[in-house]
Ligand binder design. Structure first.
Ligand code: SF4
Length: 498
């Protein structure tokens, strides 16, 4: 992934700061609770939701198992339709290709929409270095850009800002980027939307290059699909002369008919709408309509390495609906910036350490950014078992072991700072492997249970964990002893009946 997020503090440190920001917590709690309630209503309208969920997971799994085949099919279809396909192994390559395409046109400005992949590659920063100005056109992305901030939510990147803060950002910053905000701008949502509309219109009409992502790429036809609510995406996708779409390779689906499933599950899971207001599809180029040049940059950047992991690969099913963020108690309190990646919340906690690896303190901390409550799994429209992957990645952090890096199988060392956890696990494994020792431990625990403290007085960094958790009460008898006693009592009862 991009270097722009690297060097940020680990999740516990960043969350320690953000959880003390009461305004942030209030903004997040209000927004996530509103959207999760609406989503539940929208989902309950569909009697076949479980079947749609299973179908979505099956389509994605099938595609991932045959990714090589479908990507080549897509390349042929896009090329036959007049587009050009580029392959980018990593973030730098994707940025280099994009910059080169823009330079050959002689332009120095681009409008952008709907592209988490470009946040992943740090494209805006790369373009800035190359003397190219990138303007975000999605309303929430625009707010984040004007505020010199980073997105904190997949769907609502400015979810951490309230209306008054947005009014102030527009008022103070719009004039530096183009058309200023109107005098006496209020924090009424209609007035804010109108100010953004006028500001962006100038950019849409002037800029000759558009950059987008895509929600889906259809292998059989070479069609790309963007679903959105505002219509800014459609302007960005249709008005410029040149369109460059930068898309992760996992966004592919085999056929047009497969969209049927995702166009039901994605809007309901993300914005709680039965159907999103704008669905734009484009296939290569067409004379007299839309962009004259179309470039598709297919981004790997750790995705094929993730595919090599039989447990973790489920994360590549993700359709970026953000439902898991809106139900996550950790995300709600810590906010999106604490995850140090364009992908916050539960999906970020499993995707980022797979795309970037677990070698930095930040990435090694992400699999722990969860209570493992399972709410994310319940709401996921493609049934990604996020808790299972979290536990799998925790094991990788603590134990190290085999992973695939840039296509090569290698063995990574355990991350630093988990010695106590490793020792506890080793002791647990040894005890469970030795039935006599296990029985003795159980007997001893039962006999001394009245002496056990209510909490473990652990020292050092483990204190924060032990101070917040009560120890479970130890029963007088272990399960085996109870079972043997029960069997004896049963036999005795039978004997007495005779
Ligand atoms: S993991 Fe599932 S719930 Fe979360 S964003 Fe992806 S598809 Fe949506």
């Amino acid at each position: 992934m991009s270097g722009t997020y690297l060097g940020l503090p680990s999740f516990p440190d960043a969350a320690h700061t953000s959880t003390h920001d009461t305004q942030l917590r209030a903004n997040l709690t209000h927004a996530t609770h509103t959207i999760r309630t609406k989503r539940a209503t929208a989902i309950n309208e569909l009697p076949d939701w479980p079947q749609l969920r299973t179908a979505g997971a099956a389509i994605k799994d099938h595609t991932l198992h045959h990714l090589d085949h479908y990507l080549l099919q897509l390349e042929t279809a896009v090329t036959n339709a007049g587009g050009t396909v580029h392959w980018a192994t990593d973030a730098d390559e994707a940025n280099r290709i994009t910059t080169h395409i823009i330079h050959t046109t002689g332009e120095t400005e681009v409008v952008k929409v709907k592209s988490m992949a470009t946040q992943e590659t740090g494209l805006n920063e790369a373009l800035h270095t190359a003397g190219i100005h990138a303007y975000e056109t999605d309303l929430a992305e625009l707010i984040v850009q004007l505020a010199h901030d980073k997105p904190s939510h997949i769907l609502v990147p400015a979810i951490h800002k309230n209306r008054t803060e947005i009014r102030d950002i527009f008022h103070n910053e719009m004039a530096h980027w183009g058309r200023p905000a109107p005098d006496h701008l209020t924090d009424n949502p209609t007035d804010l939307a109108e100010a953004a509309r006028l500001h962006l219109r100038e950019k849409f009409l002037r800029t000759k290059i558009g950059i987008s992502g895509a929600n889906f790429m259809i292998a059989e036809t070479g069609t790309l699909v963007v679903v959105e609510s505002e219509g800014n995406g459609r302007m960005c996708l249709t008005l410029p002369d040149t369109l460059i779409s930068i898309v992760g390779i996992e966004k592919i689906i085999p056929t047009f008919q497969d969209l049927e499933v995702f166009l039901q599950t994605l809007p309901r899971s993300s914005t709680a709408e039965r159907m999103n207001p704008y669905t734009t599809m484009w296939t290569g180029t067409t004379t007299h309509d839309g962009p004259k040049n179309f470039h598709l940059i297919l981004l790997d950047n750790g995705r094929t390495d993730t595919l090599a992991d039989t447990t973790g690969r489920q994360a590549l099913r993700c359709i970026r609906c953000s439902a898991c963020l809106n139900v996550c108690p950790v995300y709600e309190r810590a906010g999106g910036h604490a995850y140090g990646s364009p992908y916050p919340g539960p999906i970020g906690a499993i995707l980022t350490p797979q795309l970037r690896g677990t070698t930095t303190p930040l990435d090694a901390s992400l699999p722990y950014a969860s209570t493992l409550c399972g709410a994310c799994y319940d709401v996921c429209p493609v049934a990604i078992n996020i808790p299972e992957i979290l536990v799998h990645l925790r094991e990788r952090v603590v134990q190290g072991g085999p992973v695939t890096v840039r296509g090569t199988r290698t063995t990574i060392k355990p991350a630093k700072g988990h010695a106590a956890e490793r020792a506890a696990m080793r002791a647990g494994r040894w005890t469970l492997d030795h039935p006599t020792a296990w029985s003795a431990t159980q007997r001893m625990a039962g006999a001394t249970r009245r002496l056990h403290p209510r909490r473990l007085p652990l020292p050092g960094p483990a204190k924060a964990w032990s101070d917040a958790r009560d120890l479970p009460e130890v029963p007088a008898q272990g399960f085996r002893a109870w079972w043997q006693q029960r069997e004896k009592d049963t036999q005795r009862g039978k004997g007495e009946q005779k």
